[in-house]
Design a protein around this ligand. Structure first.
Ligand code: NDP
Length: 322
């Protein structure tokens, strides 16, 4: 089968389009013929070495497709089922061997593109607003990179749960997108002082919580934008890793600081099922719009990574497998 492999960490040039053996079915596992793979920022971290992993490695943590073989001991899935799944680094490929623990059957109303686009970013946004900081009516929330893949889902969910949303973006086009999703205010964080603008917009109240997937470049602005007892959810490194912090800084306003990973919120089958059921319910009731902004061919994974790292995303990036 065709797949993308990385033999040494580096820039996009290390993404190799190779011929490799199709995975063999194993007891308790499913073999899926993939249609689309999601492209996520975390894939760039494994490629670059920011998140170290043994090499060579395949890439890709989510996809949609059709079950081709069912391993011994599995009864809840059958050959021919249309599915979407999360998986550790093997979805940039024609076939993936996947555990049923992180797989869903796709409703007829959900196409393969949406299936591959919704799980990782959708579950991240949903678990962040439910479990990292429970967003509630009347809250004021700051969402960074609000027009990006995960950011635009966070904006929609914060609005859905009744919050006022202050969105940060880098361009006018992205500002329009954030506003169209329901954001109440926009800050251009490359040129404006975020905490000062938050102060002006909130009459000095500041925000209850910040969802920050940008990392290094926004951490201090996020911290300075919080009110007393506010929550900083630092969930990513798009601009680089946040440097070590002095823990006593949190006592400034009894700040709650989290650095969550989706995987720890959906570690059990029960948690995964509860979160995916809630996510699909929001999508099917049009409370959450999944927007695929660009589709590349599998062989062009390097272009997809360039697109993502070049700050071009206004939704989900996919790789088309066949
Ligand atoms: P996005 O589509 O949001 O792309 C990243 C965005 O970050 C860019 O479009 C850009 O928006 C903004 N950005 C700001 N500074 C930089 C920079 N120096 N370089 C590149 N981008 C920058 O990506 P994803 O939705 O895939 O991921 C967003 C974040 O969420 C990532 O940090 C990712 O790791 C994290 N994440 C974390 C998870 C977890 O479990 N903890 C799970 C899923 C995602 P703009 O142009 O407006 O500045």
């Amino acid at each position: 089968m065709k797949a993308i492999q990385v033999s040494q960490p580096g820039d996009v040039s290390v993404l190799e389009f190779i011929d490799t053996a199709k995975p063999q079915i194993k007891p308790g596992m499913l073999l899926v013929k993939n249609k689309y793979s999601g492209v996520n920022y975390i894939d760039t971290y494994f490629r670059s070495g920011l998140y170290p992993t043994p090499m060579p490695t395949f890439l890709g943590r989510e996809a949609s497709g059709v079950i081709e073989e069912v391993g011994e001991g599995i009864s809840e899935f059958s050959v021919g089922d249309r599915v979407a799944f999360l998986t550790p680094n093997n979805s940039y490929a024609e076939y993936s061997l996947v555990s049923p623990a992180s797989m869903i059957k796709l409703l007829d109303s959900i196409d393969f593109e949406t299936g591959a686009a919704c799980l990782l970013q959708g579950l991240t946004a949903l678990t962040m607003v439910k479990r990292s900081y429970q967003v509630k009516k009347g809250d004021i929330i700051l969402v960074h990179a609000a027009a990006g893949g995960t950011g635009r889902l966070l904006v929609q969910l914060c609005k859905h749960y009744g919050a006022t949303v202050i969105a940060t973006v880098s361009t006018e086009e992205k500002a329009k997108i954030a506003l169209s999703l329901g954001a109440d205010h926009v800050i251009f964080y490359n040129t404006e002082n975020v905490a000062e603008r938050v102060g002006a917009l909130t009459g000095g109240q500041m925000v209850n919580a910040v969802f920050d997937g940008v990392g290094k470049n926004t951490f201090m602005a996020s911290f300075d934008s919080l009110r007393r007892c506010g929550t900083l959810v630092s969930f990513g490194n798009a601009s680089g890793k946040v440097p070590p912090i002095e823990i006593n800084m949190l006592s400034k306003g009894n700040i709650v600081l989290l650095r969550p990973m989706l995987s720890h919120y959906i570690a059990t089958r029960e948690e995964f099922t509860e979160a995916t059921t809630a996510l699909l319910d929001l999508i099917s009731h049009n409370a959450l719009n999944i927007n695929v902004c660009k589709v590349f061919d599998l062989k062009d994974a390097a272009l997809a990574h360039e697109f993502l790292e070049g700050r071009n995303t206004t939704g989900k990036v996919l790789l088309k497998i066949e």
